[in-house]
Design a protein around this ligand. Structure first.
Ligand SMILES: CCC/C=C/C(=O)SCCNC(=O)CCNC(=O)[C@H](O)C(C)(C)COP(=O)([O-])OP(=O)([O-])OC[C@H]1O[C@@H](n2cnc3c(N)ncnc32)[C@H](O)[C@@H]1OP(=O)([O-])[O-]
Length: 298
């Protein structure tokens, strides 16, 4: 935000984003699954092959619930249209993600999405903007999922005039957060970006350096995809349709080639999870997943 000018909260929160449509097919679903590590260790893993192959035809493959996050991705570039919000897009980091799944995503679909701003926070050194995207099956009009994304805009805070910094939230606080060892190959981000997030922060060493990193970092949503896949495998008995809602906060950047460790704890129908980077022994992501029922495999 610019030179101490106060942001007009009402103008920002009433901003209307254009509706978008997004069409995906079975190939996109399979490429996404591979990008978050499905079948990477075992090409015939019975819990994971279904995300990339089905003997009766590709229309029967299953869709990982985190695929839903791709339906909201396009809106991050529209934040530049927000009136009075000025930031350097190279310093943008993905802060948090919350996903509600209303029905399993079909293996191919045309999607219509609407978006609105649901949060704005002045953190002094940064601004946090929350936006919500609801996605519908275009043909039937049925709602499929809701994504809420928080972006952390470094250097864009300090826009509140009063002594009380602006902190506006339009959604329930309890959806924000509560807080196996997997080896990853260094090309993970290059494969994952084929699912549609072409931000050069994840592929270009020069851009990564401008953003303050020694080399390109992994997409937050890719880390989330790895974590939720591990939870589906370990807690849901391999059934992705048990997932109702997913929440995560990105706490630290992750470099492809490092090792992710996902730890999880079951509390009723809520799975608390934490993802650590083994080499630095630091937590990079934490959050919760709500499931509809316990798997009989537990
Ligand atoms: C979207 C499409 C583009 C995708 C890009 C990517 O994938 S990028 C790759 C994926 N993403 C990444 O790799 C990002 C990884 N995360 C990070 O690098 C760091 O967490 C950080 C730089 C976001 C903040 O660190 P820091 O040391 O500057 O922060 P601090 O601890 O001093 O807290 C200051 C205030 O901010 C609050 N707050 C803190 N964290 C978050 C958050 N995540 N979220 C929201 N809010 C957050 C905190 O509560 C506090 O508020 P309070 O209590 O004062 O009212």
């Amino acid at each position: 935000m610019e030179g101490g000018s106060e942001v007009n909260l009402e103008l920002i929160t009433s901003h209307k984003f254009a509706e978008t449509t997004f069409t995906y097919n079975e190939r996109d679903v399979a490429v996404y699954a591979l990008g978050v590590g499905a079948c990477a260790r075992d090409a015939v893993d019975k819990d994971e092959l279904k995300y990339v192959y089905h003997q009766d035809g590709q229309q029967f493959i299953q869709v990982l619930p985190t695929f839903a996050s791709l339906l909201a991705l396009g809106y991050s570039s529209h934040l530049a249209d927000l009136p009075g919000l000025f930031y350097d897009p190279r310093l943008l980091l993905h802060g948090q993600q919350y996903i509600e799944i209303y029905r399993p995503l079909p293996s191919s679909c045309c999607i219509r999405s609407t978006a609105s701003i649901v949060g704005l926070h002045d953190k002094g050194k940064a601004a946090v903007v929350d936006y919500e995207v609801v996605s519908y099956e275009k043909e039937s009009g049925k709602p499929l999922c809701m994504n809420r994304m928080s972006v952390y805009l470094r250097g864009a805070g300090g826009f509140s005039k009063s002594s009380q910094p602006i902190s506006y939230t339009k959604y329930p606080a309890n959806q924000i957060l509560a807080p196996k060892v997997l080896n990853r190959q260094p090309f993970t981000a290059l494969l994952y970006r084929l699912s549609g997030d072409y931000n050069p922060l994840h592929s270009d060493p020069t851009i990564a350096e401008v953003a303050g990193f020694s080399r390109p970092i992994l997409h937050g949503l890719c880390t989330l995809g790895f974590a939720i896949r591990a939870i589906i495998k370990c807690i849901c008995g391999g059934d992705p349709n048990l997932i109702k809602a997913i929440s995560g906060r990105f706490l630290l950047h992750f470099y492809p080639g490092e090792t992710l460790i996902t730890e999880m704890w079951l509390e009723g129908l809520r799975v608390l999870y934490k993802v650590k980077v083994k080499e630095r022994n630091r937590t990079v992501l934490s959050g919760f997943v709500d499931i509809s029922r316990l798997s009989s495999a537990l």
